[in-house]
Design a protein around this ligand. Sequence first.
Ligand SMILES: [Zn+2]
Length: 157
Amino acid sequence: MNPHEKFMKMAIQLSEQNVLNNTDAPFGAVIVKDGKMIAKSANKVTSTNDPTAHAEVSAIRIACKKLKTYDLNGCVIYTSCEPCPMCLSAVYWARIDTIYYANTKHDAENVGFSDKFIYDELDKPMDQRSLPIKQMMRDKALQAFKLWQKKVLPIAY
Ligand SMILES: [Zn+2]
């Protein structure tokens, strides 16, 4: 079995175990660096009451803690399903090199996990989205940015 298949099989097993054990939704993710598994997680949304605890986000949290960094450059992620917008964004923020996925978002939609709504929302102008988003107190909030700019050695982010 080639390494890609080995790690994807782990992600898929996590997704299956979540269902077989009545633990949570059928999603799993594995993060790999230099051919070694760094982190793995299944979806933990309902089991931990955390709407952000998708498999990919959970695996990123574990990997960053283990490697003591917020930058997963050099890592790849294997996920049992095409990432939702939140997880896709988290993968970008984590600077992971490559995403490998198995099920498509359409496969997920067929069994009741649709993120199409969010993708559609992102395509709309802000004032046409179903979630109200209103700007306020910018002048006050800008102060933190001004302080940040004045720092001699800002944290590389
Ligand atoms: Zn997700």
